[in-house]
Design a protein around this ligand. Sequence first.
Ligand SMILES: [Zn+2]
Length: 126
Amino acid sequence: MAPLCAGCGNPAQPGESLCAECENKVRQKQKNGVYRMNYANLARAILARANTLDTEVTVGDDGADHVTKIDDAQLLRCLARMLSGQAVKTAFGAPGDWGYESPIGAALHQDYVAARVAGGQENRTN
Ligand SMILES: [Zn+2]
């Protein structure tokens, strides 16, 4: 199976951790003066670990360990997206994606609000 894009989950370009569309988004940011290193090999290795975690999740099991493994796999995917050059906000997405009541969703919401108040970060999600 072809490696999947760390940004969106579509097939990645050969030897890359992102698909062409996500790669273009990163390149556009670079043109605008926002350069982020693409650690493609590290991102692929971390994505592989996330996929392994997914296989360890038992269908129909909704216990705490199950939820923890799903969150862990998602966090590894966030890390892979950041290593592929995406901004933290793009990599983590909206607080509601995690659930505003979850620790991660609540933390994202607080940080996004703080960033908006400070005016130091863009408000777009991608
Ligand atoms: Zn992509």
